[in-house]
Ligand binder design. Structure first.
Ligand code: NAD
Length: 477
């Protein structure tokens, strides 16, 4: 694929100077492309292009903005197979899931286009005679979208589509791990009639390109998805210009399995979610709390499910359940957490180590029992195909342990008792609770974390409004 060029003002532009970052296939350890570590100057060019394009874009009726969004979604559908291969090659997800990602991205853009006729202000009663108070919903201006690598193509749309339909323009910084799909996205955008400067992409590391974007005074909102540590740094940098932040951060999702649950369903759903994208999904179960009375039966079923997981190089075998971990440091982090838990008394009844397939970053599907609440494996985000299991006496204890975390993104419960399900929904301190199922979230819902899992959210009506600002008009006649 060679060296990617930033997409600024509707054109691909070479960057001079600065580091060159190699992009690896995580299943094969081979270099597949390169990106520039774009400087503050390159970022400033992209922000300037977005700023120039924004007033005219905002003045268009929203239904016309929607027309351009639908041109992009049509291009994505027509190229879904190609997009899927590019995602799979650089990120390591299996082709089937990469195809789902491509099609879901197109559907998501269409869904956001539908908001064109639904973005509404308010008319508010005045205390004064002869006065009308109008609340307008207006664009913020230039939005920056800073992305992780785990659903890299979809996340471009999750930032771009609500930003554009509400009249903002955007500069996207993809993860340095997964720029190839973003380059393809840009080339598809270039084939549409989208006015130049409305959508821009800059490549580079977080510490250079990402920071320059966050610190730029013309960026009015940073919409970020990624880790808590980076979210915290972005919030600190955004403070300089009082830039709005929308932060979708990490999670440590608890799955609660009660004694009356359908254990087959629970074991299957938890396993499928945990190996999806090789466990690198922010809302997949990261720890299981199972009622002591059914713990042995449940763990046996869960272990059998996890054991059946087929893994390897996703472009060499289309019958796999999961591919590699994104990079060596991710693999080492998982291995460190697992070996630390074993040293503290946990037992790996399945897996528990790096899988040697000759190349790539593979980890064995792992089930850990005898885990305790105070272990790092139960407190820290693993982001891999590893399930620590903790036994509990009842629902109250499970909820207390589930809430004992700095995170608050998603949670799940398996029960056939509606009272237990409702109690969990009322008492779990998480942005989402799934009952008798795991992820994904719905595009018409609202994906938003509590605690250190984030500020603000994405999707649905509330997600659209995140990209607007209010403007009150007091009209005395
Ligand atoms: P990361 O925080 O390491 O990187 C994310 C992005 O931030 C990258 O583009 C990176 O270059 C950039 N970045 C790094 N430092 C920066 C800085 N100082 N200023 C500006 N930008 C900077 O995260 P990751 O490893 O790419 O992604 C995995 C994490 O993302 C996990 O914690 C996962 O839970 C989280 N995630 C959350 C959601 C959600 O919806 N809440 C969805 C997907 C992933």
């Amino acid at each position: 694929m060679g060296m990617h060029q930033n997409f600024i003002g509707g054109r691909f532009r070479p960057t001079t100077g600065g580091d060159v970052i190699p992009v690896l296939n995580p299943a094969r350890d081979t270099v597949i492309s390169e990106i520039p570590d774009s400087s503050a100057d390159a970022v400033a060019q992209a922000v300037a292009a977005a700023k120039r394009a924004q007033p005219a874009w905002e003045k268009l009726p929203a239904i016309q903005r929607a027309k351009y969004l639908r041109q992009i979604s049509a291009k994505i559908r027509a190229n879904a197979a190609k997009i899927a291969r590019v995602i799979s090659e650089e990120q390591g997800k299996i082709l089937g899931l990469a195809e789902v990602e491509a099609h879901f991205t197109a559907d998501y853009i269409d869904y956001m286009a539908e908001w064109a006729r639904r973005i509404e202000g308010e008319v508010i009663q005045s205390d004064r005679p002869g006065e009308n108070i109008f609340l307008f919903r207006q664009a913020l201006g230039v939005v920056a979208g800073i992305l992780p690598w785990n659903f890299p193509f979809f996340l471009i749309a999750r930032k771009m589509a609500p930003a554009l339909i509400t009249g903002n323009t955007i500069v996207i910084k993809p993860s340095e791990e997964t720029p190839n799909n973003a380059a393809l996205f840009a080339s598809l955008v270039q084939e549409t009639e989208l006015p130049e400067g409305v959508f821009n992409i800059v490549y580079g590391r977080g510490a250079t390109t990402g920071r320059a974007l966050t610190l730029h005074e013309d960026v009015r909102m940073v919409s970020f998805t990624g880790s808590v540590d980076t979210g915290s740094k972005i919030m600190a940098d955004a403070a300089r210009n009082i830039t709005k932040v929308n932060l979708e951060l990490g999670g440590k999702a608890p799955a609660i399995v009660l004694a009356d649950a359908d254990l087959d369903l629970a074991a299957r759903a938890i396993k499928q979610s945990r190996v999806l994208n090789t466990g690198q999904v922010c809302n997949a179960p990261e720890r299981v709390y199972v009622d002591r009375k059914v713990a042995d039966a449940f763990v046996a079923k869960l272990t059998a499910e996890m054991k059946s997981t087929r893994y390897g190089d996703p472009l060499a075998d289309d019958k796999l359940d999961m591919g590699p971990i994104i990079n060596k440091s991710g693999l080492q982090k998982i291995d460190h957490l697992v070996s630390g838990a074993i040293a503290q008394g946990a037992q790996a009844i399945l897996g528990g180590k790096v899988a040697d397939l000759g190349a790539g970053n593979h980890y064995e599907p792992t089930v850990l029992v005898n885990c305790r609440q105070d272990m790092d494996i139960v407190q820290k985000e693993i982001f891999g195909p590893v399930l620590p299991v903790v036994t509990v006496s009842d629902l109250d204890e499970a909820i207390a342990m589930a809430n004992d975390t700095v995170y608050g993104l998603t949670s799940s419960i398996y029960t056939n008792d509606i009272r237990c399900a409702l109690k969990a929904c009322n008492e779990l301190h998480f942005g989402e609770t799934y009952v008798n199922r795991e992820n994904f979230e719905a595009m018409q819902g609202f994906h938003a974390g509590r605690g250190r899992s984030g500020i603000g959210g994405a999707d649905g009506k509330h997600g659209v409004l995140e990209y607007t600002q209010t403007h009150l008009a007091y009209i005395q006649t």
